[in-house]
Structure formats: structure tokens, C-alpha cells
Design a protein around this ligand. Structure first.
Ligand code: TNX
Length: 542
């Protein structure tokens, strides 16, 4: 081959390589070709029926502000001509599953196909990422809206791709929750675990139990140290209290918002421990019956009884009342009952708990906990829901149908899968977004460490377990040191992108240095959206 021809081939290959669109999570397969599709004010979004129309309208609304175009969404019977075509397959393509899609862009059109509307939705997230970063802005920008010519086939590795946000240690208004959900959906995550209760605040209105939010949602404020705020915002008025809660209307509004983005909300009511806000509202539910204030925010402790009395019938009556309403508010199949870090010393000294143990033949406090979890499972099942809990629910024996969320490493998940239970992997060493993400000099106050590369190296399926039992994975943002929504975003991204890729993309495709080039490209998108995120992408030397 003549030398100059070889040079041209190498040059084309090189240009193609650097021109590779920076999609996160990485698609299953993507091929680029020369040319592009231009979105302009004549562009139409073409759909076929009500289901694809919804997604089409969503796309049109995403594009409206930055482009200034109001792209019409047209329901068409015949096969499409030009435009952005969103089409559900008449005969489902098995490889794509419920969430996969194909994406083809040429000079003439963009065609997205999927088996289900959710797949079309992910196709339009890919479309957004193929457009310049300014598409993420909220205001009009003059730009050329070019979509490079590509052919993509894409579908997720796992069905459970989640993030958790703790709204108890600090409270975030519903607008923050919506932003959080919107952001995770852009990275093709589909589950939002809403940690609604803990020692430091009860955050959900329960009709007929007004004390939960009159008392349980408020605590004394405290000072930093925080990077972005020097103190917590307190409510205006006479009492210097900190807190807040969601009304049932707020919850319905957020649920609808999440549904529009194909995100399932998993609500968590953390019991039997982490229950000081509940116990402060109803002191008769603890073994001692002592009156405590809602905790100001200390780590897991055993001196105060933040644990529900498992030998008291009122505990189950109240939980039934609470879970009835939680089940009505949240349409997803799962309810998370927490179950973590229960100090069991009060049960050991409590006559009611010991009486129960005797009657039921329970030989230790682990079995008392297991009895409690099994009763909660029955309550949830009676409302048509499935139980999921932190891996402590294994202690004393799992409830028959329980799904385990493994946070103290993977071992709980492995043990649960070996017993045939479903598992969501959420090990603190790989997914705890409250930890330092880089050098302490530039990162806000936190503890321990979790680098971007740690998240990216997470492998949710351990050797020797049935792959089908691992539903997927989840990143968790605990909010002891996260006082507001802006800080929550900062702590979640870019590590959330690494997790999104772990949960979606084929295992064999991971290459950290290449991933970082995509992350850097995505920083521009966050900038355009005015969302501040950490820039710590390499492990610090100190
Ligand atoms: C452990 S993870 C907890 C949380 C804390 C977190 C801090 C889990 C189930 N329990 O209550 O906020 O550590 O990283």
C-alpha cells in the first residue's frame, strides 16, 4: 500500500476516534459515520400513538428553552420521512428488553426505536448527550444543533440502577428532590431510594398521626462545618428549629415527576432502629417510654433507645397505619424498611420483649429482630408490596420473600443470594457518596474516602452467586454533612456517572482513563445547567 494512503487511513481512524461522542453510560455498541443531522425550527418529532407521543412531547420540551424552537410532535400513520422519529417496535426485539433502544442518525433523520416507552426515553437521553453542552442550559443560546451520524444499539446490564438520598439528617425541599431525580434519569438510572425517616427527622405526612410531623420533623439546629453554608437554615419565627417534611400532595407531585422520567421511587421508613424522630413523637413505642427530643445529629448510638419496642402491639398497629399510607402514595412494588444498626440491649431488658421471645420460642435478640422484620413483611404484603431492607435483616433469619440491600460490603448480599433471595448491591466501599471524593484541602468537610475510580471499579456481581438474583446496584448519599441541595449534587457527581456506567454498560467495556475523558466533557454539561459538581477525578497523593 502506498505510504500516503496509509497515512490517510490512520488520520481518518484518529479523527474518528477523537470524534467519538462522549456518552455516559457507554452504549453497548456505537458506530460513527461522517455527517450529521441538524435540528432547526423546521424539525418535526414524529411519533406513532399515545405512548411514543408522551416521550416525544418530553423531548420537545427539553429542547425548547435552549434552542428556542417549539418542535411539533406529530402522530403519523405511515412510515416517517424526515425528522426525529420515535417508534415502538410492533414485534419486540428480545435483545433490547424493556429499557433498550436503537438510535440511528443520518443527514435525513434520527430514528429511535424501542420495545417500550422507557427505551425511547433512554434514546432521547442519548440524543441530548449527542448535542452540544449548551443544550443543558435553561436559557436560549444561539448555536448550531448538530447531532453526529451514529448507529447505536443499547440496553442496560441491570434492572435496578439507583441512587439514595437521605432527607432526614438534613431536609431538602421537593424542588431539590425533583432536580435530583431529573439528574439521575439523564444517566439512565431508574430508581430513587428516598430515605424519609431517621433519628434526626420524620419527613412524610401521615394522616391521623399529626405528631409525626408536628414534633418528629423538627430538631435543634447546629453549626457547620460546611463548605457552602456556615449554619443550617432555620425556620423563621420564634422557635429556632431546623427541619421540614413533605405533605402527601408534595409526595404525589414528586411521584408523578419521577414517573415522567421512568424513575421508580423506593420509599424508606427506617425501623426498628434509627427511629428517634418517631419515638420523640410517640414515646410509648420504645422499650423505656422515655421522652426524648428529635436527635440533633449524632452517629449511631446505643445510650438512647432509638429502637422500637418489638414486644409492644402498638408498634405494629402504628406501623400498619404508616405503611398503609406509604403504600398508597408510592406506586412502586418495593417499600424499604431499613433494619440497619439496631442496638438490641433495650429488648434484652424489656419485659414485653422477653415475654414475646418466650411465647414465640425466640432464643436471642437477633431472632427478636427477625420476628419483627417478618411481621413488617406481612404488613407490607397485605398492602400488595414487597419488602427490601439493609443487610442486617439477615440476622436471626431472613423474612421469606425479603430482598436484601447489601451495604456492609458484599457479604450480606452473597449470603442472601445463596439462600435464593434477591439482592441490590450497595457496599459502602464503592458507593457511599457522603465520603471525601478527593483531596481534603479542596473538598468539603466529610470523612474517610471514596474516589471516582473506586466507584468505577465496582462490580456488583460477585463470583459464585446466581447472577439473576443480583437486581443491580445503588449509590447512597447520607446527609449528615450535606446541608442543602446544591451540596447534594456536588457530592453525587461525577461519582454518580461512574455508578451509572457500572449499572448500565457491559462489564468488559470499562476503561478508567477513557471514562475520565468523557467525564471531563460532561463537566461542560453540568456547567451549562448551572449544577456545581466536584472536579476530583484522580486519586489524590495525600
Ligand atoms: C451507615 S448505611 C448508615 C447510615 C449513616 C451512614 C454514614 C446504613 C444502612 N446506615 O445511617 O448515615 O452509615 O455513611
Amino acid at each position: 500500500m502506498p505510504k500516503h494512503l496509509l497515512l490517510i487511513i490512520v488520520l481518518i481512524a484518529y479523527i474518528n476516534c477523537i470524534a467519538q461522542p462522549k456518552i455516559i453510560p457507554q452504549p453497548v455498541s456505537m458506530h460513527t459515520s461522517p455527517g450529521y443531522f441538524s435540528i432547526n425550527k423546521q424539525t418535526k418529532v414524529i411519533v406513532y400513538g399515545a405512548d411514543s407521543k408522551k416521550v416525544g412531547l418530553f423531548l420537545s420540551s427539553l429542547l425548547a428553552a435552549p434552542t428556542g424552537y417549539k418542535l411539533p410532535v406529530i402522530n403519523q400513520k405511515a412510515t416517517a420521512t424526515t425528522g426525529i422519529v420515535l417508534k415502538l417496535n410492533y414485534t419486540p426485539k428480545p435483545d433490547l428488553g424493556d429499557e433498550g433502544y436503537t438510535f440511528t442518525s443520518t443527514k435525513r433523520n434520527i430514528i429511535i426505536t424501542a420495545n417500550k416507552p422507557q427505551g425511547l426515553f433512554y434514546g432521547i437521553q442519548t440524543l441530548m448527550q449527542l448535542l452540544p453542552p449548551s443544550i443543558e442550559g435553561h436559557k436560549f443560546v444561539k448555536a448550531k444543533w448538530k447531532v453526529p451520524a451514529v448507529t447505536i444499539i443499547d440496553y442496560p446490564r441491570f434492572g435496578w440502577r439507583g441512587l439514595m438520598l437521605d432527607v432526614s439528617r438534613h431536609f431538602f425541599p421537593k424542588e431539590v428532590i425533583k432536580d435530583y431525580i431529573n439528574q439521575l434519569a439523564k444517566y439512565k438510572m431508574n430508581s430513587f431510594h428516598w430515605h424519609l425517616t431517621d433519628d434526626n427527622g420524620w419527613r412524610v405526612e401521615i394522616k391521623g398521626l399529626p405528631q409525626l410531623t408536628d414534633i418528629g420533623a423538627w430538631r435543634a439546629p447546629r453549626e457547620g462545618p460546611f463548605l457552602f453554608v456556615s449554619h443550617e437554615d432555620t425556620e423563621p419565627g420564634e422557635k429556632a428549629t431546623y427541619g421540614g417534611y413533605y405533605t402527601q400532595d408534595d409526595i404525589r407531585e414528586v411521584v408523578k415527576y419521577a414517573q415522567e422520567r421512568f424513575v421508580t421511587i423506593v420509599p424508606e421508613v427506617d425501623v426498628p432502629a434509627h427511629s428517634m424522630a418517631l419515638i420523640a413523637s410517640m414515646p410509648n413505642l420504645s422499650c423505656t417510654g422515655l421522652q426524648y427530643p428529635v436527635d440533633v445529629g449524632t452517629p449511631f448510638y446505643a445510650k438512647k433507645d432509638n429502637v422500637l419496642c418489638v414486644g409492644n402491639d402498638s408498634t405494629y398497629l402504628i406501623l400498619d397505619k404508616i405503611f398503609t399510607q406509604i403504600a398508597q402514595l408510592f406506586p412502586g412494588q418495593y417499600i424499604h424498611m431499613g433494619g440497619d444498626e439496631a442496638y438490641k440491649g433495650f429488648w434484652e431488658k424489656c419485659p414485653k420483649c422477653q415475654g414475646l421471645a418466650k411465647r414465640e420460642g425466640l432464643k436471642d435478640s437477633h431472632e427478636l429482630q427477625s420476628y419483627f422484620v417478618k411481621r413488617v413483611e406481612k404488613i407490607l404484603q397485605s398492602k400488595g408490596k414487597k419488602l427490601i431492607g439493609w443487610d442486617e435483616i439477615l440476622e436471626g433469619g431472613l423474612a421469606p420473600e425479603a430482598t436484601v440491600m447489601s451495604w456492609r460490603g458484599m457479604k450480606g448480599g452473597i449470603a442472601a443470594a445463596k439462600q435464593g433471595h434477591k439482592v441490590v448491591m450497595s457496599p459502602s466501599d464503592y458507593v457511599y457518596l457522603d465520603m471525601y471524593q478527593g483531596n481534603h484541602f479542596i473538598e468539603p468537610h466529610s470523612f474517610y474516602k471514596l474516589w471516582l475510580s473506586d466507584c468505577y471499579s465496582f462490580e456488583p456481581v460477585p463470583d459464585s452467586v446466581d447472577t439473576n438474583l443480583i437486581l443491580g446496584g445503588q449509590g447512597n448519599l447520607w446527609s449528615e454533612a450535606v446541608p442543602n441541595g446544591r451540596h447534594a449534587m456536588y457530592m453525587t457527581w461525577p461519582r454518580g456517572m461512574a455508578l451509572a456506567e457500572v449499572f448500565w454498560s457491559p462489564r468488559g467495556k470499562r476503561d478508567y482513563d477513557e471514562f475520565v475523558t468523557r467525564v471531563e466533557a460532561h463537566f461542560k454539561r453540568f456547567d451549562a445547567a448551572n449544577v456545581k459538581v466536584s472536579r476530583s477525578i484522580y486519586e489524590p497523593l495525600v
